[in-house]
Design a binder for this molecule. Sequence first.
Ligand SMILES: [Zn+2]
Length: 262
Amino acid sequence: MINNTQAFILAYNKYKTSSIIASFLTKNSIIDAICYKAKKDSKAFGSDFETVSKIQISLYQKKQPNLSILKESSIIKNYNLLEKSIYSSLAVFYIREVLLYSAKDFDERYFILMEKILNALEKLEEEKLLLNENDLLKNYINILLRAFEMKVLYIAGISPQLDSCILCSNRNADFYSITEGGIICDNCKISSKDAIKLEKGDIDFMRIIKKTSLIDIAQNKELNNFYINSITNVRDIMNKSLFNHLNKNFKSLKVLEEVLFN
Ligand SMILES: [Zn+2]
């Protein structure tokens, strides 16, 4: 069966001398496909995978779809500004790695999330061209990635509970528990092994990135000023929450953070 679909590339590896095995994020799920090259020196086939792009692919899927065969691919939208930016291209590596492990559920929202985070990063890069502000760009990438992680957890059905203590509903809750997946109060923290103390502004910041669309975050000029003191704590909470969900440390995150915070 031939399947024509839109896709984002999540990972690809060389296979034998001239072929590639690629993982595509589609609206249905992640599809692994082998891409045979017609000739060894043929550049055309598979070169789309080295770009940051939304692509159209045509796949031959077998009845037992372990590995599909890529017949054709073409670029629908190329995120050229992200490819040129060291920060955004490393952010894309991290986003791809997270989705490679989390988007295994059959859920169209991962595909939509991928498109939205790329559009938001592109917006940041466009504004950076106008302002020539590298530090601001780095801060906003940091904020956007925390929002991205929040939305991955939301799709997985484990969105952080931020309204009241997740254990007793006490409105006065200044701690966060990764294993409980939400804020907890002073009393409940006694029985919790992983209570993280929240500073003023942390909960508000998490509520905002939970509820605000990625493109609005990218365009909100005040976010950086208001929540500059909360981002480190929230980053720690989101990274630990994602680890708790996927049980995986991301190499790409380590590389990104070395570049972003130095
Ligand atoms: Zn409580």
